[in-house]
Write a protein that binds this ligand. Structure first.
Ligand code: ATP
Length: 345
Protein backbone atom coordinates (compact mmCIF):
# COMPACT_ATOMS: atom_id res chain seq x y z
CA UNK A 1 0.00 0.00 0.00
CA UNK A 2 1.24 3.48 -0.83
CA UNK A 3 1.54 5.58 2.31
CA UNK A 4 2.50 4.71 5.86
CA UNK A 5 1.66 1.51 7.72
CA UNK A 6 2.21 0.91 11.40
CA UNK A 7 1.96 -2.77 12.22
CA UNK A 8 1.55 -3.70 15.87
CA UNK A 9 3.91 -1.02 17.17
CA UNK A 10 4.75 -1.28 20.86
CA UNK A 11 7.25 0.73 22.87
CA UNK A 12 8.30 -0.26 26.33
CA UNK A 13 10.48 1.77 28.65
CA UNK A 14 11.49 -0.84 31.22
CA UNK A 15 8.21 -2.23 32.61
CA UNK A 16 6.18 0.71 31.31
CA UNK A 17 4.34 0.41 28.01
CA UNK A 18 4.19 3.88 26.43
CA UNK A 19 2.74 2.71 23.08
CA UNK A 20 0.70 -0.46 23.07
CA UNK A 21 0.21 -2.50 19.89
CA UNK A 22 -0.69 0.34 17.54
CA UNK A 23 -1.68 -0.58 13.98
CA UNK A 24 -2.68 2.03 11.45
CA UNK A 25 -2.74 2.62 7.70
CA UNK A 26 -2.22 6.20 6.57
CA UNK A 27 -2.91 6.60 2.85
CA UNK A 28 -0.53 8.75 0.82
CA UNK A 29 -1.36 12.47 1.07
CA UNK A 30 -3.27 12.19 4.35
CA UNK A 31 -3.06 14.88 7.01
CA UNK A 32 -3.19 12.94 10.26
CA UNK A 33 -3.43 14.42 13.75
CA UNK A 34 -2.38 12.39 16.77
CA UNK A 35 -4.50 13.63 19.63
CA UNK A 36 -4.77 12.66 23.26
CA UNK A 37 -4.10 13.70 26.83
CA UNK A 38 -0.63 14.30 28.17
CA UNK A 39 1.38 11.10 28.48
CA UNK A 40 -0.78 8.98 26.15
CA UNK A 41 2.17 8.14 23.90
CA UNK A 42 1.71 10.55 20.97
CA UNK A 43 5.27 11.84 20.93
CA UNK A 44 6.72 8.39 21.45
CA UNK A 45 4.77 7.10 18.44
CA UNK A 46 5.91 10.04 16.30
CA UNK A 47 9.52 9.52 17.41
CA UNK A 48 9.35 5.89 16.32
CA UNK A 49 8.04 6.91 12.89
CA UNK A 50 10.90 9.42 12.76
CA UNK A 51 13.47 6.80 13.73
CA UNK A 52 14.44 8.64 16.92
CA UNK A 53 13.15 5.76 19.02
CA UNK A 54 13.16 2.08 18.14
CA UNK A 55 9.94 0.08 18.58
CA UNK A 56 10.08 -2.81 21.05
CA UNK A 57 7.78 -4.74 18.69
CA UNK A 58 6.15 -4.18 15.33
CA UNK A 59 7.13 -2.69 12.02
CA UNK A 60 6.89 0.61 10.16
CA UNK A 61 6.44 0.55 6.40
CA UNK A 62 6.50 3.52 4.01
CA UNK A 63 5.49 2.96 0.39
CA UNK A 64 6.09 -0.78 0.74
CA UNK A 65 9.56 -0.28 2.25
CA UNK A 66 10.13 -1.56 5.78
CA UNK A 67 11.96 1.29 7.52
CA UNK A 68 11.72 -0.03 11.10
CA UNK A 69 15.50 -0.23 11.53
CA UNK A 70 16.59 2.39 8.99
CA UNK A 71 18.31 5.39 10.65
CA UNK A 72 16.51 8.73 10.70
CA UNK A 73 18.72 10.48 8.15
CA UNK A 74 18.02 7.77 5.57
CA UNK A 75 14.22 7.90 5.95
CA UNK A 76 13.77 11.12 3.96
CA UNK A 77 11.52 12.83 6.49
CA UNK A 78 10.83 16.47 7.22
CA UNK A 79 10.50 17.25 10.91
CA UNK A 80 9.41 20.28 12.94
CA UNK A 81 9.37 20.28 16.70
CA UNK A 82 7.96 22.77 19.16
CA UNK A 83 11.41 24.24 19.76
CA UNK A 84 11.84 24.82 15.96
CA UNK A 85 15.64 24.56 16.38
CA UNK A 86 16.44 27.24 13.81
CA UNK A 87 20.06 28.36 13.68
CA UNK A 88 19.90 31.85 15.23
CA UNK A 89 23.17 33.06 13.69
CA UNK A 90 22.12 32.16 10.13
CA UNK A 91 19.81 34.07 7.82
CA UNK A 92 16.39 32.81 6.76
CA UNK A 93 17.79 31.60 3.42
CA UNK A 94 20.77 29.88 5.05
CA UNK A 95 18.45 28.10 7.47
CA UNK A 96 16.22 26.81 4.70
CA UNK A 97 19.18 25.84 2.49
CA UNK A 98 20.97 24.03 5.31
CA UNK A 99 19.68 20.50 4.52
CA UNK A 100 20.63 21.04 0.85
CA UNK A 101 24.08 22.36 1.74
CA UNK A 102 25.01 19.41 3.96
CA UNK A 103 24.02 17.13 1.09
CA UNK A 104 26.30 19.14 -1.21
CA UNK A 105 23.55 20.29 -3.56
CA UNK A 106 24.69 22.92 -6.06
CA UNK A 107 24.55 26.59 -5.16
CA UNK A 108 22.07 27.20 -7.98
CA UNK A 109 19.75 24.50 -6.72
CA UNK A 110 19.95 25.92 -3.20
CA UNK A 111 19.06 29.43 -4.36
CA UNK A 112 16.19 28.20 -6.51
CA UNK A 113 14.77 25.96 -3.79
CA UNK A 114 14.98 28.69 -1.14
CA UNK A 115 13.23 31.04 -3.53
CA UNK A 116 10.44 28.53 -4.21
CA UNK A 117 9.98 27.68 -0.54
CA UNK A 118 9.88 31.34 0.53
CA UNK A 119 7.07 31.89 -1.95
CA UNK A 120 5.30 28.82 -0.65
CA UNK A 121 5.40 30.08 2.95
CA UNK A 122 4.40 33.61 1.94
CA UNK A 123 7.76 35.18 2.84
CA UNK A 124 9.20 36.08 -0.57
CA UNK A 125 12.27 38.31 -0.36
CA UNK A 126 13.08 37.22 3.21
CA UNK A 127 16.20 35.18 2.32
CA UNK A 128 18.70 37.64 3.80
CA UNK A 129 16.80 38.50 6.97
CA UNK A 130 18.38 37.40 10.24
CA UNK A 131 16.23 34.75 11.90
CA UNK A 132 16.51 36.67 15.16
CA UNK A 133 14.44 39.50 13.66
CA UNK A 134 11.43 37.36 12.71
CA UNK A 135 8.11 37.16 14.50
CA UNK A 136 6.94 33.88 16.05
CA UNK A 137 4.73 33.02 13.10
CA UNK A 138 7.47 33.82 10.58
CA UNK A 139 9.93 31.58 12.42
CA UNK A 140 7.37 28.84 12.36
CA UNK A 141 7.08 29.11 8.61
CA UNK A 142 10.85 29.12 8.14
CA UNK A 143 11.13 25.93 10.22
CA UNK A 144 8.45 24.37 8.01
CA UNK A 145 10.25 25.46 4.82
CA UNK A 146 13.55 24.02 6.07
CA UNK A 147 11.84 20.71 6.85
CA UNK A 148 10.43 20.62 3.32
CA UNK A 149 13.67 21.58 1.56
CA UNK A 150 14.52 18.03 0.52
CA UNK A 151 10.96 17.18 -0.58
CA UNK A 152 10.50 14.56 2.12
CA UNK A 153 8.08 11.68 1.68
CA UNK A 154 6.69 12.19 5.17
CA UNK A 155 6.26 15.42 7.15
CA UNK A 156 6.26 15.02 10.95
CA UNK A 157 5.44 17.82 13.38
CA UNK A 158 5.30 17.68 17.19
CA UNK A 159 3.17 20.43 18.76
CA UNK A 160 4.47 22.82 16.09
CA UNK A 161 2.10 25.67 16.93
CA UNK A 162 1.84 25.44 20.70
CA UNK A 163 4.25 28.32 21.36
CA UNK A 164 2.12 30.77 19.36
CA UNK A 165 -0.64 32.91 20.80
CA UNK A 166 -4.21 31.77 20.15
CA UNK A 167 -4.98 34.02 17.20
CA UNK A 168 -1.75 33.34 15.35
CA UNK A 169 -2.07 29.64 16.06
CA UNK A 170 -5.47 29.54 14.39
CA UNK A 171 -4.14 31.38 11.35
CA UNK A 172 -1.15 29.04 11.12
CA UNK A 173 -3.41 25.98 11.33
CA UNK A 174 -5.20 27.10 8.18
CA UNK A 175 -1.90 27.96 6.50
CA UNK A 176 -0.31 24.63 7.35
CA UNK A 177 -3.33 22.74 6.05
CA UNK A 178 -3.36 24.71 2.79
CA UNK A 179 0.36 24.14 2.33
CA UNK A 180 -0.04 20.41 2.91
CA UNK A 181 -2.88 20.22 0.41
CA UNK A 182 -0.83 22.09 -2.17
CA UNK A 183 2.08 19.68 -1.76
CA UNK A 184 -0.01 16.53 -1.22
CA UNK A 185 2.53 15.36 1.35
CA UNK A 186 1.60 12.76 3.97
CA UNK A 187 1.72 14.70 7.24
CA UNK A 188 1.52 13.65 10.87
CA UNK A 189 1.03 16.25 13.56
CA UNK A 190 1.05 15.62 17.31
CA UNK A 191 -1.23 17.95 19.18
CA UNK A 192 -3.23 18.03 22.37
CA UNK A 193 -5.51 20.71 20.94
CA UNK A 194 -8.69 19.13 19.59
CA UNK A 195 -9.73 22.27 17.76
CA UNK A 196 -6.40 22.26 15.95
CA UNK A 197 -6.93 18.63 14.97
CA UNK A 198 -10.46 19.33 13.72
CA UNK A 199 -9.19 22.25 11.62
CA UNK A 200 -6.35 20.47 9.87
CA UNK A 201 -6.86 16.74 9.76
CA UNK A 202 -8.22 14.28 7.22
CA UNK A 203 -7.85 11.65 9.89
CA UNK A 204 -7.74 12.08 13.66
CA UNK A 205 -6.23 9.38 15.83
CA UNK A 206 -7.30 9.70 19.45
CA UNK A 207 -4.92 7.93 21.81
CA UNK A 208 -5.34 7.01 25.45
CA UNK A 209 -2.84 5.11 27.57
CA UNK A 210 -0.72 4.09 24.61
CA UNK A 211 -3.57 2.69 22.54
CA UNK A 212 -5.64 3.96 19.66
CA UNK A 213 -9.13 4.68 20.96
CA UNK A 214 -10.50 5.81 17.61
CA UNK A 215 -9.09 6.63 14.16
CA UNK A 216 -11.52 8.39 11.83
CA UNK A 217 -12.22 11.64 9.98
CA UNK A 218 -12.68 14.56 12.43
CA UNK A 219 -16.42 14.93 11.96
CA UNK A 220 -16.97 11.23 12.55
CA UNK A 221 -14.91 11.42 15.74
CA UNK A 222 -17.11 14.30 16.85
CA UNK A 223 -20.46 12.86 15.76
CA UNK A 224 -19.87 9.18 16.39
CA UNK A 225 -17.34 8.85 19.19
CA UNK A 226 -16.37 5.23 19.81
CA UNK A 227 -16.48 5.49 23.58
CA UNK A 228 -16.93 7.88 26.50
CA UNK A 229 -13.20 8.69 26.59
CA UNK A 230 -13.25 9.94 22.98
CA UNK A 231 -16.60 11.72 23.39
CA UNK A 232 -15.35 13.56 26.43
CA UNK A 233 -11.96 14.41 24.96
CA UNK A 234 -13.27 15.87 21.69
CA UNK A 235 -15.27 19.00 22.35
CA UNK A 236 -17.84 19.46 25.05
CA UNK A 237 -20.35 16.68 25.58
CA UNK A 238 -23.05 15.48 27.94
CA UNK A 239 -22.52 11.92 29.14
CA UNK A 240 -25.73 10.62 30.68
CA UNK A 241 -26.73 7.18 31.94
CA UNK A 242 -29.25 5.35 29.77
CA UNK A 243 -31.11 2.16 30.59
CA UNK A 244 -33.98 0.10 29.27
CA UNK A 245 -37.24 0.26 31.19
CA UNK A 246 -39.52 -2.77 31.66
CA UNK A 247 -40.81 -2.36 28.11
CA UNK A 248 -37.31 -2.09 26.67
CA UNK A 249 -37.57 1.65 26.01
CA UNK A 250 -34.47 3.82 26.40
CA UNK A 251 -34.72 5.86 29.58
CA UNK A 252 -32.48 8.77 30.55
CA UNK A 253 -32.79 10.18 34.09
CA UNK A 254 -36.16 8.47 34.47
CA UNK A 255 -37.61 9.88 31.22
CA UNK A 256 -38.28 7.76 28.14
CA UNK A 257 -36.47 9.06 25.05
CA UNK A 258 -38.94 8.14 22.31
CA UNK A 259 -37.24 6.91 19.18
CA UNK A 260 -33.90 6.06 20.79
CA UNK A 261 -33.06 2.42 20.19
CA UNK A 262 -30.97 0.37 22.57
CA UNK A 263 -29.53 -2.85 21.22
CA UNK A 264 -30.92 -5.97 22.82
CA UNK A 265 -29.56 -6.90 26.18
CA UNK A 266 -27.84 -3.58 26.80
CA UNK A 267 -27.14 -3.28 30.49
CA UNK A 268 -26.01 0.00 31.91
CA UNK A 269 -24.77 2.29 29.18
CA UNK A 270 -24.25 5.99 28.55
CA UNK A 271 -25.34 8.37 25.87
CA UNK A 272 -23.19 11.18 24.56
CA UNK A 273 -25.05 14.20 23.28
CA UNK A 274 -23.39 17.45 22.21
CA UNK A 275 -24.58 20.66 23.94
CA UNK A 276 -25.63 22.19 20.61
CA UNK A 277 -28.04 19.26 20.12
CA UNK A 278 -29.73 19.68 23.51
CA UNK A 279 -32.87 21.81 23.34
CA UNK A 280 -34.39 23.75 26.22
CA UNK A 281 -38.19 23.81 26.17
CA UNK A 282 -41.14 24.37 28.46
CA UNK A 283 -41.59 21.63 31.09
CA UNK A 284 -43.82 18.68 30.24
CA UNK A 285 -44.52 17.03 26.88
CA UNK A 286 -42.17 14.16 27.65
CA UNK A 287 -39.12 16.39 28.21
CA UNK A 288 -36.69 15.72 31.06
CA UNK A 289 -37.64 18.00 33.96
CA UNK A 290 -34.84 20.19 35.30
CA UNK A 291 -33.85 23.52 36.80
CA UNK A 292 -31.53 26.08 35.23
CA UNK A 293 -28.52 26.44 37.55
CA UNK A 294 -26.19 28.63 35.51
CA UNK A 295 -26.23 30.70 32.34
CA UNK A 296 -23.05 31.65 30.51
CA UNK A 297 -23.72 34.27 27.86
CA UNK A 298 -20.75 34.37 25.49
CA UNK A 299 -22.35 36.84 23.10
CA UNK A 300 -22.60 34.66 20.01
CA UNK A 301 -23.77 31.62 21.96
CA UNK A 302 -25.37 31.04 25.33
CA UNK A 303 -24.60 28.00 27.50
CA UNK A 304 -27.41 26.92 29.76
CA UNK A 305 -26.65 24.52 32.62
CA UNK A 306 -29.64 22.48 33.75
CA UNK A 307 -29.69 20.25 36.79
CA UNK A 308 -31.84 17.17 36.25
CA UNK A 309 -31.90 13.95 38.25
CA UNK A 310 -28.60 14.76 39.95
CA UNK A 311 -26.81 15.43 36.63
CA UNK A 312 -25.88 18.66 34.92
CA UNK A 313 -26.90 18.90 31.28
CA UNK A 314 -25.40 21.67 29.17
CA UNK A 315 -27.21 23.20 26.22
CA UNK A 316 -25.57 25.63 23.80
CA UNK A 317 -27.61 27.79 21.47
CA UNK A 318 -27.51 31.16 19.77
CA UNK A 319 -29.53 33.89 21.52
CA UNK A 320 -32.15 33.64 18.76
CA UNK A 321 -32.62 29.87 19.14
CA UNK A 322 -32.83 29.85 22.88
CA UNK A 323 -35.82 30.62 25.10
CA UNK A 324 -35.08 33.37 27.58
CA UNK A 325 -34.62 31.37 30.78
CA UNK A 326 -32.84 32.70 33.84
CA UNK A 327 -31.18 30.78 36.65
CA UNK A 328 -33.79 29.06 38.81
CA UNK A 329 -36.31 28.51 35.97
CA UNK A 330 -38.00 25.09 35.72
CA UNK A 331 -37.49 23.84 32.17
CA UNK A 332 -37.82 20.77 30.00
CA UNK A 333 -34.72 19.30 28.37
CA UNK A 334 -35.23 17.67 24.97
CA UNK A 335 -32.68 15.16 23.70
CA UNK A 336 -33.38 14.47 20.01
CA UNK A 337 -32.88 10.71 19.63
CA UNK A 338 -30.95 11.04 16.37
CA UNK A 339 -28.32 13.13 18.19
CA UNK A 340 -27.77 10.63 21.02
CA UNK A 341 -24.82 8.26 20.61
CA UNK A 342 -25.23 5.18 22.77
CA UNK A 343 -21.91 4.13 24.28
CA UNK A 344 -22.24 0.59 25.52
CA UNK A 345 -19.76 -0.54 28.07
P1 ATP B 1 2.63 15.08 26.05
O1 ATP B 1 1.39 15.58 25.38
O2 ATP B 1 2.68 15.44 27.50
O3 ATP B 1 3.88 15.38 25.31
P2 ATP B 1 2.62 12.40 24.96
O4 ATP B 1 1.30 11.82 24.68
O5 ATP B 1 3.40 12.91 23.82
O6 ATP B 1 2.49 13.47 26.10
P3 ATP B 1 4.88 10.69 25.42
O7 ATP B 1 5.89 11.79 25.48
O8 ATP B 1 4.85 9.86 24.21
O9 ATP B 1 3.42 11.27 25.71
O10 ATP B 1 5.08 9.77 26.69
C1 ATP B 1 4.27 8.63 26.94
C2 ATP B 1 4.69 8.01 28.24
O11 ATP B 1 5.98 7.42 28.08
C3 ATP B 1 4.82 9.01 29.38
O12 ATP B 1 4.32 8.41 30.56
C4 ATP B 1 6.30 9.25 29.49
O13 ATP B 1 6.67 9.55 30.82
C5 ATP B 1 6.88 7.92 29.05
N1 ATP B 1 8.20 8.09 28.41
C6 ATP B 1 8.46 8.79 27.30
N2 ATP B 1 9.76 8.72 26.98
C7 ATP B 1 10.35 7.97 27.94
C8 ATP B 1 11.68 7.54 28.19
N3 ATP B 1 12.70 7.85 27.36
N4 ATP B 1 11.89 6.76 29.26
C9 ATP B 1 10.89 6.42 30.09
N5 ATP B 1 9.61 6.79 29.92
C10 ATP B 1 9.33 7.56 28.86
Amino acid sequence: MSGLSLNGITKQFGDFTAVDNVSLNVPHGTFLCLLGPSGCGKTTLLRMIAGLEEPSHGSIVIDDEDITTIPTHKRNLGMVFQSLALFPHLSVGENIAYPLRIRSRSKDEQVQRVDDLLKLIHLPGFADRPVAKLSGGQRQRVAIARALALSPRLFLLDEPLSALDAKLREAMQVELRQLQQKLGITTIVVTHDQREAMTMADMVVVMGEGRIRQAAPPVEIYRKPADAFVADFIGMTNLLPVEADGAGRATVLGTVIAGLALSNGVGKAQISIRPEDVRIAAPGNGAIAGTVTFVRDLGGTIETFVEAGGKTIISVATPRERPDVATGTQVGVVLPPECCVVLEK
